[in-house]
Design a protein. Structure first.
Length: 766
């Protein structure tokens, strides 16, 4: 048990620096603490709250238990503590809604926190109606979902439009071109890692390729062959070899008797040589032309001119000339296929190659002709070496054939792989047009990915908040299962069945959209009708009943626990006082230690009478004094008069007599006088003028009875104005006025009711 509050620092104003007095007896199992409103009772109960809390609020204290053990803010108190005070009322009673027809109440600090959490969560989810900028997470989630849909629609539109363009471009490439749709465009787009735009010319070429039909293959272009000694050889190879042979023959010479005239006249030389062969063949002795006998010497001379070596050289020249004529004839007859036989896109390069072939062919033929003429000349001058400065540009001719054949091979390859080529063109066209939307679609896809991450996070947040709301509602519903206990307790506490509570349910929509009935509070009933107002006393009574219900819920070990109760009957009417007292007696039974604090003298008397007959109690008061200009509280043993007198009126009359004597011209002595003076004067007027009217009207009645109006007005002003907060600073005029009014107050009481005053005065010696 708590034995002493050795030291307190930083607890409000009056307990800013408190030390336990050695003259004050230690606390007992049951303790009564009396003090006027504002003296520090509720502030003191906050120390007990601090002892039972799990975290310190910065108050410094040292509490001693019955064993002498001491506890500070750094050492948690060993026994569980439950405290009922106005803080508990504020934390545990909340008016949920109020209208002209009914009000609802939520009980329990945890439930209030849960409802506050629910309200905050619902604002977080659904927005703040008073702040248009805070639309809530659900609306934000919807907005981002719509944003994602817009980006998806943007991509859908892009794919739909580009699919139409691609479908039109690949017309003729097969059935696929007639059914190319947005899904096909998406599928093809997924295969592109980077954009690949075609030039206008290349794109048109691919489109043209798709419109073409397959053409037959063409034979490659070659130089025509010639028949040489039963063999077929390329004409350009024959020409090349002839050039080599001609070079050797032109350099060769024949030793012979030279007939000048024949050397100088090639036609005569040829005619004579032919004639020699005819005469030799026919063994003629006469000239076949003129019929005269040819002299033997002349025949011998001609024979020596046309020797065997000469004949052999000329025969070799004739052989080379024959080959040149064959090559010339074959190359001249060579035809180049028409470009119209090729695919349209190849016709231009083929025409260029064809023109190159014709040019090279003409030049080669010209060179072969020149070579033949040179050999003819050499044949007539076998005894002389003839310079041969000719070349055949066969490589250039071959190159032109190769260039043309490359185009032909492209043509043939396309024909061989016609379907594959078209598919390649289809692919190129698709990639080209898909590349035109690549950046936009890729950007939107990246934004969609980011939105998906954000949406997943936001959806998780919304789900988490909804789950939290659902769990909070379930917790509230569970805690409200004690409704009947509260109703029974309230009936006992107030002594009437006027006030009753019914669980209030609400259809709460889950994530699936299904409504579930959930208890969200209590509907307050007065009789059969919904209550429209709760007084402060009723709120306090309700909170105390709730407090007591939870003292007995099995969660608090009463036999080992400490219970602190501060004014549970505050603002209650006197009719409920005895019922509340009875309820409190039963509530704290079996508790290890109890503290009851009150400012109500009638309630105190009930408690005093009870404890005098049931083991006694520790009796204490909280008094205020001034330390300089600072008001401080002290805990003292309860005045004997409080325990002995029948009413608070006796005690306050005695205190007012003491204060009259204590006045020393200081603010400290004057400050508390108006509150006590008012209570004494109000009670006296109630006795002297029992009219049920206001204090002012009673004062007016006394004036009519002939009592001094100036003194009555001074007492009225002092006891009313100085006993209430004005909001202004302290009035120094209160000090002299206090002594004056105290004298006049006692003077007026004695003058108005001398016998009554005399009895009071004798019963309260100081």
């Amino acid at each position: 048990m708590i034995s002493k509050l050795n030291r307190i620092k930083g607890l409000g104003l009056v307990f800013a620096d408190f030390t336990w007095s050695a003259a004050v007896p230690a606390f007992r199992g049951f303790n009564l603490v009396y003090g006027w409103n504002g003296c520090g009772k509720t502030t003191l109960t906050r120390l007990f709250d601090e002892l039972g809390a799990t975290a310190s609020t910065g108050i410094e204290y040292e509490v001693e238990d019955a064993t002498g053990a001491k506890f500070t803010a750094d050492t948690r108190f060993s026994l569980p503590i439950r405290v009922f005070n106005q803080d508990y009322v504020q934390k545990n009673v909340r008016i949920l809604e109020s209208s002209a027809n009914s009000i609802s109440v939520l009980l329990g600090a945890e439930n209030k926190e849960l409802v506050t959490q629910i309200e905050e969560d619902e604002r977080d989810l659904n927005g703040n109606p008073t702040d248009a900028t805070k639309i809530g997470k659900v609306q934000e989630l919807h907005g981002f979902t719509e944003k994602r849909k817009r980006k998806e629609r943007g991509n859908e539109t892009a794919f739909t439009d580009i699919a139409k363009t691609i479908g039109a471009a690949i017309v003729g490439s097969g059935a696929a071109s007639r059914t190319y749709r947005s899904p096909d465009a998406k599928k093809d787009f997924a295969t592109i890692s980077e954009p690949a735009l075609l030039s206008d010319e290349s794109r048109e070429g691919h489109i043209l390729a798709l419109k073409q039909e397959m053409l037959p293959e063409l034979a490659p272009l070659t130089a025509p062959p010639v028949e040489i000694e039963g063999r077929r050889e390329e004409s350009i190879d024959v020409a090349q070899q002839a050039l080599i042979d001609a070079t050797k023959l032109c350099a060769a010479t024949v030793e012979s008797e030279t007939i000048q005239r024949l050397n100088e006249n090639a036609d005569i030389s040829g005619w004579v040589e032919t004639g020699l062969h005819i005469h030799t063949k026919n063994r003629s002795r006469t000239c076949e032309f003129c019929g005269n006998t040819v002299p033997v010497e002349r025949l011998a001379q001609i024979a020596r001119h046309f020797s065997e070596a000469d004949r052999k050289l000329k025969a070799e020249i004739d052989s080379v000339l024959a080959k040149l004529r064959d090559a010339h004839r074959a190359i001249t007859a060579m035809a180049v296929p028409d470009a119209a036989r090729l695919y349209r896109e190849l016709q231009k390069p083929y025409n260029e190659a064809s023109n190159a072939i014709e040019g090279a062919k003409a030049k080669l033929i010209e060179q072969i002709t020149s070579l033949g003429k040179t050999l003819q000349d050499k044949k007539l001058r076998t005894s002389d070496a003839v310079a041969l400065n000719l070349a055949l540009e066969i490589p250039s001719f071959s190159e032109t054939l190769a260039a043309a054949n490359a185009v032909v091979e492209t043509h043939n390859s396309k024909s061989r792989d016609f379907a594959a080529v078209q598919q390649k063109s289809v692919r190129a066209i698709k990639v080209h047009y898909l590349s035109t939307i690549f950046e936009d679609v890729t950007r939107r896809n990246e934004e969609i990915v980011e939105l998906d991450i954000d949406l997943e996070r936001r959806a998780a947040e919304v789900s988490e908040i909804r789950n939290r709301i659902s769990a909070a509602r379930a917790a509230i519903s569970s805690s409200h299962a004690a409704c009947e206990q509260i109703n029974d307790g309230l009936k006992t506490f107030l002594g009437r069945e006027e006030l009753r509570f019914e669980p209030e349910t609400k259809g709460v929509e889950g994530e699936s959209g299904q409504l579930t009935e959930t208890v969200v509070g209590y509907r307050i009933m007065r009789g059969a009708e919904p209550a429209v107002y709760l007084s402060e006393g009723e709120k306090t009574a309700l909170a105390f009943v709730y407090f007591v219900v939870h003292l007995n819920d099995g969660q608090f070990p009463k036999k080992d626990g400490i219970v602190v109760i501060d004014d549970p009957i505050s603002s209650l009417d006197s009719n409920s006082l005895y019922q509340a007292f009875s309820f409190l007696k039963n509530a704290v039974a079996d508790c290890r230690q109890v503290f009851v604090l009150t400012h109500n003298f009638d309630f105190l008397k009930l408690l005093l009478n009870w404890r005098k007959n049931t083991g006694g109690a520790g009796y204490y008061m909280i008094k205020n004094h001034f330390d300089g200009d600072d008001r401080r509280a002290s805990i003292v043993e309860m005045d004997r008069e409080l325990k002995s007198y029948e009413s608070e009126y006796h005690y306050l009359f005695k205190r007012l007599k003491e204060m009259r004597v204590e006045q020393d011209g200081s603010i400290m002595r004057a400050y508390p006088v108006p509150n006590i003076a008012r209570k004494v004067w109000d009670t006296f007027l109630m006795f002297r003028v029992p009219s049920g009217t206001s204090q002012y009207q009673k004062m007016e009645q006394l004036k009519k009875d002939g009592f001094d109006p100036q003194k009555l007005d001074a007492i009225y002003k002092f006891t009313n104005e100085q006993s209430h907060m004005t909001g202004g600073g302290f009035d120094p005029a209160l000090v002299p006025e206090t002594k004056k009014v105290l004298d006049e107050l006692f003077e007026m009481m004695q003058a108005i009711a001398a016998d009554h005053f005399g009895i009071l005065d004798r019963a309260t010696p100081i």
